[in-house]
Design a protein around this ligand. Structure first.
Ligand code: ADP
Ligand code: 5GP
Length: 197
């Protein structure tokens, strides 16, 4: 009897968005450890490196004029101005990964998520991470110890607007207790990668 070859599942864009300080970087790191099939999309940004961040690991750090040249050259799948700096996703990385059948993990803002949904539609599974409260968000930003007062102020100002858009996402999680949030996130990503959403 012939055994049927399982149909290859189409690769996905797993898009995670959250107000700054809600914990998405920490959650994404764990996802990358547990889902070896996911490739992280490393964005390009004009903001300065923070803490231990390294060029090519957390971001490709670049000058404003170089970023603008990349926009002109059509190198971004999406880009946005966030908290006064440019951030963009490489079109090449996304296209190459999808062509290879590899799913991509993206940590991008709400505007970027909307742009990717327009370009990639059903290929996107979108997850919004909310903090338990605005007060806790501020404490986490301060506790991280990597942002200037001006940067914290700007991020807090933007947080309310971002929270108001959480309904546009396929899934919403409140990052209260970390392990519990991670286990919910793990279940969502696991189901999506199995093609069962
Ligand atoms: P983001 O990437 O969304 O800006 P981070 O992952 O850098 O946020 O998290 C901001 C800070 O909050 C970090 O110091 C991180 O260790 C901490 N943090 C993340 N999740 C939780 C949680 N569930 N409870 C308490 N602190 C958390
Ligand atoms: P941070 O400066 O804290 O690393 O990131 C600030 C915000 O920019 C976060 O909401 C993060 O998700 C978002 N961001 C990071 N990379 C990109 C990107 O390539 N495109 C867009 N649109 N947002 C991004």
């Amino acid at each position: 009897m012939m055994t049927e070859t399982p149909k290859a599942r189409p690769p996905l864009l797993v898009v995670i968005s959250a107000p700054s300080g809600a914990g998405k970087t920490t959650l994404c790191r764990r996802l990358l450890e547990d889902f070896r099939e996911l490739r992280l999309s490393i964005s390009t940004t004009t903001r300065a490196p923070r803490g231990q961040e390294q060029h090519g690991r957390e971001y490709y750090f670049t000058k404003r004029e170089d970023f603008e040249a990349q926009i002109q050259a059509g190198e971004f799948a999406e880009w946005a101005l966030v908290h006064g700096n440019y951030y963009g996703t490489s079109k090449k990385v996304v296209a190459e990964s999808l062509a290879r059948g590899q799913s991509v993990l993206l940590d991008i803002d709400v505007q970027g998520t909307e742009s990717l949904k327009k370009s990639f539609g059903d290929r996107c599974v979108t997850i919004f991470i909310a903090p338990p409260s605005i007060e806790e968000l501020e404490q986490r930003l301060r506790g991280r110890g990597t942002d200037s007062e001006e940067s914290i102020r700007r991020r807090m100002e933007n947080a309310r607007g971002e929270l108001a858009q959480s309904h546009k996402f396929d899934h919403q999680l409140v990052n209260d207790e970390f392990e519990q949030t991670y286990s919910r996130l793990h279940a969502i990503v696991s189901r999506a990668l199995r093609g069962d959403r």
